[in-house]
Design a protein around this ligand. Structure first.
Ligand code: NAG
Ligand code: NAG
Ligand code: NAG
Ligand code: NAG
Length: 518
């Protein structure tokens, strides 16, 4: 992250030129975007539904609006103390993935049986700004000595607690959290959730966000309370097709995420009645960390996204772009421009393969070149050869000159300073001849790879600078050259939709302020 920040700072102008666009304060949850070879886009708007949900929220609207105790982050380091069930527990892994992707410092502790806690202060300064419990029951049931120690620390240093309760088949129908005026009802099946617009922690999450239909799983926990310190964050309804749990008091809406404003014991808390698998829980979790850390642990709302489309002109006869495909690409770009000013696809070309398709495909090539000013362009090697296969610089230079001559001949701009190698070959591990040839022929200053230092996990990818060329980390969206039809997406198109609607791709955009995609 540091490197990216530095790159962005010192080469702001360049990034503005290169990054296809800047989304100033985008509302991430308001749309889902995907692009790939077919370049399609889905915009989901649920504002119409929001209107009727507003009526149901009325009881919460009329509640007297209490304000949360202000958070003072000045007494603590911006580090999270995370109590997990075990080193490999699933929810713990999900929490860590979000903290690491966001570049937040954390200290993980496997929750000891009696609730012993690590030292919380260092020379009168708090070591942690938020305490997270993968299992909130471990917090509620720890011995009174440790609980007092922890809560005293929270009050004195303005530290908050986030906790999760994931019911299982052995959970009793209802649970009380010791010391808190709060009831938990377990293993409930829910549907139709809505974000409470009054919740003070909302930042990326927009309210009232409505998600229609059954919530995944039948093991939800809902919170019941009778104290003004609690504010529901996410509200749902019972599934009518199933008998409601006998003990559960009747209500129109049930909260699966609540915020404790600290009016009961001076400690702010956010509690989740399930794990992080549900996408809105992920958003609210990120917002909760931002809010409870007094914005110390927070991601900017700006997203810089570059969509590279490699392999222009490459491809066997019968699989290449025809006129209709090029038109669709232009239309998609225009559609995206209605949401994102000046959005422009970045096309990577290999000139050797120009006009090597069927007649219809050659016409597609021609339309692309007639639309040359509509797009951004970058060189992708004349013959799509992987640069690391060239041992000497002079033969690499030769190939690049051919592609450059092709560009000049067809009016393709050559001054962008950005290139991508086929398969990112030669970028990392560094093939020094590639860097030299790039500089000589194309004056390349920026490239990107998904291989540094490793492909997986994606959140560990970083940038670096070699020989004056900045290498940015890339993200993937699961779409590669060989998938050219929506219906052929590996595992079926529903997998791609899932990835966009709160899944992996959604999370990638959520957690990466700078994203370069293919
Ligand atoms: C979260 O809960 C759901 C529903 O019980 C379960 O299928 C999923 O595996 C859980 N995920 C994690 C990471 O615990
Ligand atoms: C809520 O608490 C108040 C005072 O503690 C009590 O009078 C009232 O009956 C409670 N209401 C419910 C629904 O438990
Ligand atoms: C979009 O492009 C136009 C014309 O080049 C420019 O005037 C405008 O500032 C750009 N807008 C943004 C948000 O970059
Ligand atoms: C460079 O490599 C090419 C083939 O990879 C070879 O034909 C040529 O002789 C080499 N040139 C030098 C100067 O090594």
């Amino acid at each position: 992250m540091n490197l990216i920040v530095k790159l962005r700072r010192s080469f702001r102008t360049l990034v503005i030129l290169l990054a296809t666009f800047c989304l100033a304060s985008i509302i991430i949850s308001a749309y889902y975007l995907y692009t790939g070879y077919k370049q399609e886009m889905a915009l989901v708007e649920t504002t119409a539904e929001a209107a009727c949900e507003d009526l149901k929220l009325l009881p919460y609207r009329s509640l007297e609006l209490k304000t949360a105790k202000p958070i003072d982050p000045s007494k603590t380091d911006p580090t999270v103390l995370l109590f997990v069930e075990s080193q490999y527990s699933q929810l713990g892994q999900d929490i860590i993935a979000i903290l690491e992707s966001s570049r937040f410092q954390y200290h993980m502790v496997i929750t000891p049986a009696k609730g012993d806690i690590p030292p919380l202060t260092d020379n009168g300064r708090g070591k942690y700004t938020i305490v997270i419990y993968e299992n909130i029951l471990k917090y509620a049931s720890m011995d009174s000595w440790n609980r007092e120690l922890l809560e005293k620390y929270c009050v004195e240093y303005s530290v908050s607690i986030i906790g999760f309760h994931k019911a299982n088949e052995n959970s009793s129908p209802s649970t009380k959290l010791k010391g808190l005026p709060l009831h938990l009802y377990n293993n409930v099946a829910l549907k139709d959730c809505v974000v409470n617009p009054q919740s003070p922690l909302l930042r990326i999450t927009k309210a009232p966000r409505v998600e229609k239909g059954p919530l995944p799983g039948e093991d939800w926990t809902v919170f019941q309370f009778n104290h003004s310190t609690y504010q529901p964050v996410l509200l749902t309804e019972l599934q009518t097709s199933r008998p409601p749990p006998a003990a559960l008091p009747r209500a129109a809406l049930y909260a699966t995420v609540i915020q404790d404003l600290g009016l009961h014991d001076g400690i702010q808390r956010v509690l989740f009645g399930n794990n992080l698998t549900f996408w809105l829980h992920k958003l609210i979790f990120i917002d909760a960390i931002s809010f409870l850390s007094g914005k110390k642990l927070t991601l900017s709302l700006d997203r810089y996204i570059l969509v590279d489309i490699d392999d222009i002109f490459v491809g066997k006869e019968g699989t290449r772009m025809n006129i209709n495909d090029v038109k669709a690409l232009l239309e998609t770009q225009n559609l995206l421009r209605t949401q994102v000013a000046n959005f422009t696809f970045n096309l990577g070309f290999s000139g050797k393969f120009y006009h090597t398709g069927t007649e219809e495909e050659d016409e597609g090539d021609d339309l692309l070149l007639r639309s040359v000013d509509e797009f951004w362009w970058f060189p992708h090697m004349w013959s799509h050869m992987q640069p690391h296969l060239f041992h000497n610089e002079s033969s690499l230079v030769e190939q690049m000159i051919l592609n450059k001559e092709f560009a000049i001949e067809h009016g393709i701009p050559t001054g962008m300073g950005y290139a991508v190698a086929p398969h990112h070959s030669g970028v990392y591990p560094v093939h020094i001849q590639l860097y030299e040839a790039w500089k000589k022929v194309w004056h390349i200053r920026v490239t990107s790879t998904e291989e540094y230092p490793h492909l997986k996990p994606a959140r560990y990818r970083r940038g670096f600078i070699h020989n004056g060329i900045m290498v940015l980390p890339r993200q993937t969206c699961g779409l590669f050259t060989h998938t050219i039809f929506y219906k052929e997406y590996p595992g079926g198109p529903q997998e791609l939709d899932k990835s966009i609607r709160g899944g992996e791709l959604f999370l990638t955009i959520l957690l990466n302020p700078v994203g370069i995609f293919f």
